[in-house]
Design a binder for this molecule. Structure first.
Ligand code: APR
Ligand code: PHB
Length: 389
């Protein structure tokens, strides 16, 4: 089998790249190691920057997002007993769209099926070959048979644990990493959200976040220890802890119910450099991880594949390699901006083990700066809603 671009991974990065390349008349095959149902079972963040929303619409896959997504013009940030609303429209003239990543993945999968584009699920043992030469190829097993896919380029969109980044010789790649000493325990519940906008709360007992998926489905998180297990957190314990951290008014308004999903995610910042190795490109979580504070993960994946598809479009339609050669540096500029913002928001709002009272006061001063200095609030709103470049 042969194609122009072999895409590894059917997460949002790989699927959107497939759609963007199809729009440019470029052929792709996606190889995904899991089943479709497994990929759709993963629950992830759901806040889309303006540019992400525009990119999905431009690609032709935004109809359901526009119909069902919730446009939010601001967020609330709480610190101990203080609270402030940040009005994104007033601060930077932009808003965000709340629409679950799982729904985007579903929209992209349906779109790919309708267009008759090939996705091979349950492709085992995917291996990348000769991406440092002019004719790369990928091998994989399906139903016990080994297959070979010849291509011009390979796009590694296979997430943090994928095979693409791991295929790069150690000497050719540099990685940057910070692992945070806590996790987020998340609960999904079929109850209306506690408030119309998201609430980020820093409390002496730890961080908490109130988010949502729709007018009837809510997503809540509490900061937890890395040693915690889901089994140790009954629904009752979770609701109790959340109530204590989000302030009396929100606690009063909170509508609880049986959790329909409960999971613990560690927090990590990670960047690989560069993002191109001959004819192999890395994009999305394969290239970088952000902690979820600020919800930049999906947005970065979208901006990576927009840059990459434009570069590949240039190659095929104008026979120019300039875009391909510039992909890594261009994508990394935005990636590091988002890394800084996610690290900053994480650091301001979480309880760190053995944090001194001095450090807690500094966190409070950071919050006060946002509340009292308009330029500081504007900078935060700019990063949260997604800077134009
Ligand atoms: N072979 C084929 N597919 C693989 C392999 C492999 N060896 N390893 C991983 N995959 C698949 C995974 O099963 C997954 O479906 O690659 C896909 C990667 O998808 P995601 O992890 O969703 O990553 P990405 O598409 O980059 O999306 C980024 O996901 O984690 C969030 O916060 C992040 O929102 C961001 C988004
Ligand atoms: C979510 O809805 O899952 C979510 C929202 C905002 C974040 C992180 C996660 O910062």
């Amino acid at each position: 089998m042969a194609t122009q671009v072999a895409i590894i991974g059917a997460g949002p990065a790989g699927l959107l790249l497939g759609r963007l390349l199809a729009n440019l008349g470029i052929a792709t095959v996606i190889l995904e190691q899991r089943s479709r149902a497994y990929v759709l079972g993963r629950i992830r963040a759901g806040v889309l920057e303006d540019l992400t929303r525009a990119a999905l619409n431009r690609a032709g896959v935004g109809a359901r997002m526009e119909a069902e997504g919730l446009a939010h013009a601001g967020i609330e940030i709480r610190f101990d007993d203080a609270a402030a609303r940040f009005d994104f429209q007033a601060l930077v003239g932009r808003e965000v769209m709340v629409y679950g990543q799982t729904e985007i993945t579903r929209d992209l999968m349906d779109d790919r099926d309708a267009a008759g584009l090939e996705t091979i699920y349950e492709a085992e043992g995917v291996a990348l070959h000769d991406f440092d030469r002019s004719r790369p190829y990928v091998t994989y097993q399906r139903d016990g048979v080994t297959h070979r896919l010849d291509c011009d380029f390979i796009a590694g969109c296979d997430g943090y644990h994928g095979v693409s980044r791991a295929s790069v010789p150690a000497g050719a790649i540099e990685t940057f990493e910070r692992v945070y000493p806590f996790g987020w325990l998340g609960v999904l519940v079929d109850q209306p959200p506690v408030a119309p906008e998201l609430i980020y709360a820093s409390h002496p007992r730890g961080f908490a976040l109130c988010s949502m998926r729709s007018a009837r489905r809510s997503r809540y998180y509490v900061q937890c220890d890395l040693s915690d297990t889901v089994a140790a957190w009954s629904d009752a314990r979770f609701w109790d802890e959340l109530r204590r951290r989000i302030g009396p008014e929100a606690a009063e308004a909170l509508r609880t119910g049986p959790s329909i999903e409960k999971s613990i995610a560690p927090l990590r910042s990670f960047v690989a450099e560069p993002l191109r190795f001959g004819r192999l490109f890395l994009a999305g979580d394969a290239a970088h991880i952000v902690p979820p504070t600020g919800a930049k993960g999906l947005n970065l994946a979208v901006s990576d594949v927009c840059t990459l598809s434009a570069a590949l479009g240039e190659y095929y339609t104008e026979q120019s390699t300039a875009g391909i050669e510039g992909y890594s540096a261009r994508a990394l500029q935005r990636i590091w901006k988002a890394e800084r913002f996610s690290w900053w928001m994480t650091t301001m709002l979480h309880q760190f083990p053995e944090m001194s009272p001095f450090e807690r006061r500094l966190q409070r001063a950071e919050f006060d700066q946002l509340v009292t200095v308009r330029a500081a609030a504007q900078a935060m709103a700019d990063s949260y809603t997604g800077p134009p470049i």
